[in-house]
Write a protein that binds this ligand. Structure first.
Ligand code: SF4
Length: 429
């Protein structure tokens, strides 16, 4: 049986034009997806032999595991909830409720990818647009610190470069593509202009560009050590001011290098300065399928996009203080719930080691470094294959995931609902 209009929730593009062929309890064919999306559907769209839950490595029923997890959490003084970038907004909303009931911390993968973009948004505002506007209007596309050809393989073809839009009917021939990066990448090879910048020099270059756009004359010496010449920036600033609709996609090359939120704030201010001349927008290249969703859910429920603490009974925001890597590395968290993420493999060593020392509860679709150290593990269905729900694309457009396969595992949402109800009983809320 073929199921059409399926959403691939692997990366922040959330392509919604995928078709999958289902045979019994597995996906056997995937159409329209890129290589990453195809392998995601084929890997998750097959039956697993993992138990529904385990407690300290032994198979358990769902109810037993919920009870054990709830007891650990209710007895903790400072529990941490982390992950959430590859699950649905419905599960994310329950996670926020759980953090509030527990009086703990909640943080998400944003803190190790585009957290600096979130901080910059709060500082200077975000001049942004949707990918639909990019497709239909953009005649100048700039990727800065991002390599979509490998990280988001359909981004260029579906939304930004080759796509034929209402006001860009020629598609690729109607757009100028610029890549700014520290090394030549497959994306750079697909660009019209490649500017190779020295690592850690993004802020200086963005600030000089802003000065040029504002009609000032930065000294050539201000670009010393950046790898670029003033003439190259003059040419780029000129292109930016004279395009009809430009868009700047910023990646982790900007947010996770020296300068972090100053880099993204400089990019936002550059785009704002360009509004004197033309229409210009900026979109962060979000990695996971619903990492933009957890920012939105936390934003509308607590007012902050990540690193939120409930220990005083109301939400407080503290990047660097309430971010998972810091709370764990300082050995403050005494229990953790990890949802759809593998922090043992991705966080720094001291934080990862702490997860092995404390009662960690993991919800994941497959075995990982984190499920190997967790005391209680729930195997859950994959959002977008075994469970429906809502995700946010990288441009903050909500998209509904379809369920294409039945499975014997509960969804993240179902497990969190049971866990929240039992914790409330134990806490006598
Ligand atoms: S670009 Fe991303 S969302 Fe689209 S098919 Fe590939 S992995 Fe899936």
């Amino acid at each position: 049986m073929q199921v059409d209009h399926v959403v691939c929730a692997f990366c922040g593009c959330d392509c919604d034009d995928i078709s999958v062929v289902v045979d019994g309890d597995r996906i056997v064919q995937v159409k329209n997806a890129c290589i990453l999306g195809r392998s995601w559907f084929l890997k998750h769209g097959r039956s697993l032999s993992l138990p529904v839950a385990t407690i300290e490595g032994r198979p358990a029923t769902l109810q037993e595991a919920v009870e054990a997890a709830a007891q650990y959490l209710a007895g903790a003084r400072y529990p941490l909830i982390y992950g959430l970038s590859s699950t649905t907004c419905e599960a994310q909303r329950l996670s926020v409720a759980l953090a509030e009931v527990l009086g703990g911390c909640i943080d998400c993968c944003t803190s190790i990818c585009h957290g600096p973009s979130g901080i910059a948004v709060q500082a200077v505002g975000e001049p942004t647009c949707t990918l639909g506007e990019v497709k239909n209007r953009a005649d100048l596309v700039i990727y800065w610190g991002s390599n979509p050809a490998e990280s988001h393989p359909r981004h260029m073809a579906r939304y930004a470069v080759a796509a034929k839009g209402m006001f860009v009917p020629e598609g690729r021939r109607g757009r100028t593509v610029v890549v700014v990066d520290v090394r030549p990448t497959p994306s750079a090879r697909a660009a019209d202009i490649f500017l190779q910048i020295r690592p850690g020099k993004d802020f200086e270059v963005l600030w000089a560009l802003q000065a040029l756009v504002k009609g000032r004359n930065p000294e050539a010496s201000s670009l010393r050590g950046t790898g670029l010449q003033l003439e190259q920036l003059r040419e780029l600033a000129d292109r930016m001011m004279h395009c009809k609709f430009g868009v700047l996609f910023v990646g982790q090359g900007l947010t996770q290098t020296r300068g972090r939120h100053f880099n993204t704030a400089a990019a936002f201010l550059l785009v704002r300065a360009l509004h004197r001349y033309t229409k210009f927008a900026l979109i962060p290249m979000r990695g996971h399928g619903n990492v933009a969703g957890i920012d939105n859910v936390l934003g509308w429920q607590t007012g902050y996009p990540f690193a939120v603490n409930f220990s005083l009974g109301y939400p407080r925001y503290g990047p660097g203080e309430y971010t998972a890597a810091d709370v764990l590395a300082r050995c403050e968290a005494d229990a953790a719930v990890i949802i759809a993420s593998d922090p043992v493999a991705s966080l720094p060593g001291p934080a990862a080691r702490r997860l092995a020392q404390i009662p960690t509860i993991a919800l994941d679709t497959h075995e990982s470094e984190t499920t190997r150290v967790a005391r209680v593990v729930f195997t859950t269905g994959t959002s977008g294959i075994h469970a429906e729900g809502t995700v946010y694309r990288m441009d903050n457009i909500p998209i509904r995931l379809r369920k294409v396969l039945d499975c014997r595992y509960p969804s993240d949402e179902q497990v969190l609902e049971m866990l929240l109800a039992r914790v409330k009983e134990l806490k006598a809320c």
